[in-house]
Design a protein around this ligand. Structure first.
Ligand SMILES: Nc1ncnc2c1ncn2[C@@H]1O[C@H](COP(=O)(O)OP(=O)(O)OP(=O)(O)O)[C@@H](O)[C@H]1O
Ligand SMILES: [Mg+2]
Length: 610
């Protein structure tokens, strides 16, 4: 229930639509009901049961009041007038004309209510999607390596869809049908209190039975959505890794994985449908059971002449009662499908409710420029339990370059991730101009830094937009200038549409070196005082490598740089080189210092100079 209300809260403010909806729905139900109550006079006319004596009390026009009494009196009053003036055929026309008008109005208001609800539905789902996306983009980087991407994607697409299909879809039922049932029962009660009390007993019984059936539905729904998440994961990996899958002849292996999961998913769904589909036939059946009861009991009363109901009243009563069965059926169906929606909504809300472990302080310190230094003090770090960085200390002064080198898996990228606060150190502090990084607004902090990651991250967009990424209102001139500095201008010029060429998903239409140069151009354009470079390991051909190196050198000039170098030739001019092995600084100094000492650095450079 809490989850349900929370979903509805996305439709706030309610004042915008709830009153309108209730009025439309109410009118559409009333006119719908009117159609059926008009059957009685219709039968009376056709079966020639109009009894002038019983109508005699309607000779006076009634005083207005908002009650069934008034409307029925008003109808009978007019009915009597018409009967006296135009005879039987006249009354037939009169009744039929009213039926046509009221059917028209009933449908008109059903339509209007439907439109209001459609707006609510669209708003709820739209806001929910935006909310999830907004929350997810705020989450800390670490969250994304712990959560499976497929599951997250599935939550953001399939689960939202499920909420739309079940919960939001059933809004109509939840709001309108109870109103229908109450109004219909009022009329039934008005017609015959005795019979109606008998029939009302059916409702709790049906409710209990349906409730029992749908109890376990939610658990199944969770299993189903989790399985769908795994399916999306397999799809994502397969589509992303198609080249490798084909190269290793692993199509069958992936297919087996996919088939197995899909099979499981289908099974859970059939299982769920078994229960889900039971709800409406059961309520229907119980309803008819009661109708039979009324027929026997009420019919008996009519036949024996002991009833306050005449034959046409009785038939009308039965017809109206059968109309209540539909909303009852709809409600029970909705209740069971809402269970599935709730399961999905809960999955979604776990993501929305995850607090970001990295966030800006409430009162951030002012940070407009970078003046002095970045100090890393006694920093240790662990992703989970295993310690990746141990007691790291260094100071990066403004305008200087510090290089990190060392064997793979040593912790260089991890260390670089701590500076823009992708992660916070487990122990120790990082200070910027003497103040802890945690004191600053994340946005301010990151706007001082340009980051070129180990893998070039590009988006499925044009070259221009990839370079101008995150820099609002960049002019064409600036973008071209940045591309020139990054040695990217030439190859961009030769592309089909130049800067407007789309580079495909993750830049798949570009070579590795080209991708790197675009990432560099992006950093050039941002023109940040602090640069964090994680040099790519992928081997480039020497021409391409030269272009990338040159671009990097240009980018680094006059800037404060933390560079992770795999090619030691890049960093000969670095002010300090830190050799990192298994999370610790094992050697530090300049290139010329370290080259002369027998140690890891010497070993690494001798391997590379071969
Ligand atoms: N998201 C993560 N969760 C858990 N462990 C991680 C994560 N990222 C990296 N590690 C582990 O942390 C250690 C250091 O990784 P890191 O990427 O910092 O190494 P690196 O020095 O940059 O290596 P390379 O030169 O290959 O890029 C590795 O043992 C790695 O397995
Ligand atoms: Mg790395």
């Amino acid at each position: 229930m809490k989850t349900y209300l929370r979903i509805l809260s996305y439709a706030k403010p309610y004042g915008k639509f709830v009153p309108t909806y209730i009025i439309y729905a109410f009118l559409s139900i009333v006119f719908g009901l009117l159609n059926f109550t008009l059957l009685k006079p219709l039968f009376d006319v056709i079966f020639e049961q109009v009894d002038p004596e019983s109508l005699a009390k309607y000779i006076e026009k009634p005083e207005f009041s908002f009650s069934l009494e008034y409307f029925s009196h008003l109808f009978n009053y007019n009915f009597l007038q018409v009967a006296e003036e135009h005879g039987k055929m006249g009354t037939l026309y009169y009744v039929c004309a009213i039926i046509v008008v009221s059917v028209f109005l009933a449908n008109l208001f059903t339509y209007l209510a439907g439109v209001v609800l459609a707006k609510v539905r669209a708003t709820v789902i739209k806001r929910m999607r935006m909310d999830i996306f907004g929350q997810v983009s705020k989450l800390h980087i670490g969250y994304f390596s712990n959560e499976r991407k497929g599951d997250l994607m599935s939550k953001m697409t399939n689960d939202v869809q499920e909420v739309e299909n079940t919960i939001v879809q059933s809004l109509r039922v939840v709001f309108r049908e109870p109103m229908t049932i109450i109004l219909y029962f009022s009329v039934l009660f008005f017609m015959s209190p005795k019979l109606t009390i008998f029939t009302i007993l059916i409702i709790p019984i049906t409710g209990a039975i349906i409730g029992g059936i749908t109890k376990r539905l939610k658990k199944k729904a969770v299993q189903s959505q989790e399985s769908l998440g795994r399916i999306v994961n397999i799809l994502d990996e397969t589509l992303g890794g198609m080249r490798v899958i084909k190269a290793f002849n692993a199509e069958l292996f992936m297919r087996g994985k996919f088939d197995q999961e899909t099979d499981y998913y289908a099974g859970v769904n059939v299982n769920m449908a078994r229960k889900n589909e039971l709800a409406s036939p059961i309520s229907q059946f119980l309803g008819v059971f009661v109708v039979a009861g009324i027929l026997v009991y009420g019919g008996g009363l009519v036949l024996s002449g002991n009833s306050d109901l005449g034959a046409s009243d009785f038939i009308t009563y039965i017809i109206i009662f059968t109309q209540v069965l539909n909303p009852a059926k709809e409600i029970s169906r909705a209740v069971s499908s809402i269970q599935r929606g709730i399961a999905s909504a809960e999955r979604i809300f776990t993501v929305v409710d995850t607090p970001s472990q990295i966030s800006s302080p409430v009162n951030p310190a002012v940070l407009s420029s970078f003046e002095k230094s970045v100090e890393v003090k006694n920093v240790s770090f662990a992703y989970q339990d295993a310690i990746v960085l141990k007691n790291i200390n260094f100071t990066l002064n403004r305008g200087k370059t510090i290089a990190l080198v060392g064997p793979s898996g040593g912790g260089k990228s991890t260390l670089a991730d701590l500076v823009p606060r992708f992660y916070d150190p487990t122990e120790g502090d990082i200070l910027l101009d003497g103040k802890n990084l945690k004191d600053f607004n994340l946005k301010d902090l990151r706007s001082l830094m340009g980051i070129v990651t180990q893998e070039s991250i590009l988006f499925n967009d044009t070259v221009f937009n990839n370079i101008a990424f995150g820099v609002e209102g960049a002019s064409e001139k600036q973008v071209v200038e940045a591309a020139k500095i990054a040695n990217a201008h030439e190859f961009i010029e030769t592309m089909e549409d130049g800067y407007q060429t789309s580079i495909g998903e993750r830049g798949s239409k570009l070579s590795g070196g080209q991708r790197q140069r675009l990432s560099i151009a992006r950093a050039v354009l941002k023109n940040p005082p602090i640069l964090i470079l994680d040099e790519a390991t992928s081997a480039l051909d020497s021409e391409s490598e030269f272009l990338v190196q040159e671009a990097l050198t240009k980018l680094m000039s006059n800037r404060t740089t933390l560079v992770i170098a795999h090619r030691l030739s890049t960093i000969q001019h670095a002010d300090e080189i830190l050799v990192i092995e298994r999370g610790e600084i094992v050697q530090r100094g300049t290139h010329s210092d370290l080259s002369q000492i027998d140690g890891l650095y010497q070993k690494l450079s001798s391997i590379q100079s071969v």
